[in-house]
Design a protein around this ligand. Sequence first.
Ligand SMILES: Cc1ncc(COP(=O)(O)O)c(C=O)c1O
Length: 385
Amino acid sequence: MSQSAPCSTTRLPLARPDLSSHEREQVREVLHSDRLSRGPALRAFEAAMADRCSTAHAVAVSSGTAALHCIVAALDLEPGAEVLTTPFSFVASSNALLYEDLRPRFVDVDPGTYNLDVGRVADALTPATEAILAVDVFGVPADWPALTALAEKHDLALIDDACEAVGASVQGHPIGTWGDAAGFGFYPNKQITTGEGGCITTDDADLARHCRALRNQGRTPDGRMRHDRLGYNYRLDEMSAALGCAQLDRLDALLDRRAAVAEMYREALAPLADDVVRPGRPADVGRSWFVYVVRLRDHFGPGARDQLMDRLQARGVGCAPYFPAIHLQPYYRDRFGFAPGDFPVCEAASARTLALPFFGDMGRGDVTRVAEALAEILPTLPRSS
Ligand SMILES: Cc1ncc(COP(=O)(O)O)c(C=O)c1O
């Protein structure tokens, strides 16, 4: 673990994977085998994910986006049907709906947690609504008990975009068990990584079978090269699966380290509480720290967040806007006519939030360096008049 003193010349990345020598060795072993795809590591990774998420099935795929796409496709919703979802997410969560000709119907978020506001979801239901896709933003679970009750009452499919939330839980039930199915992502900025990779978890045997076919060009499981539906190549290779197994073995330790870094940040940023605040978390959830996001308070003027990011980056401190609102992305504006003001809670958060460097082996010196940079830059930023 790096405990180095702050050093302004080295770049502090936004994220960095935490890989052990054992994990590298596991990947090397696969490379020395004759099975590089659809082999024992894939089966072991799926068994471990199902076990960790307490689900009957897990289907590993090539990305979080692929996981979401398979779930959406396997649910067989009517083309053109509405799916209620959040505009405050990574664009992949609603792109997965567009791949299947579904209509993302955005609903504004809770100002405390930035997760879907379930009261607004209930108000947004129409006869064309067939599903809800909620996201566990930054590893904080959405309000799954309320979403489950709503979905049951109105006979809606319920999808969890859990790409940021491996290891999280609600009322003691792991993320992965909530809804009809959950999609996880294991890009290298995530709590555990497979390089590129993802996984679907579900208790629904038909849905799992369907997802298995979709990831392999719609092939039937009878080994006869028969393709009875349109599918994709969303397979996860053996090197990635072996890395996933070993990372998943260490998930609790990795999450503990991330939580310890978050605690260091909380202490280091406490003197800046008049200027920056971090998103909240409901009481009965176990969060899985994905990113460390702070929000500039309302006394800062427009453009202050972007100036802050430019100046942090100039000092070698990685940072990123988390998240740009999906409905204001050029493609969504052009296609659906969304405009500023459509989802004000999301937009206010998007304009003022930024993710700071965050990874398990950050030392106290690294956190201090970020806090000192913030303390110097914040007083110089434009204020609202
Ligand atoms: C909320 C959310 N959904 C979906 C994805 C897509 O995952 P991937 O990049 O593995 O396709 C991500 C990844 O960053 C994400 O954060």
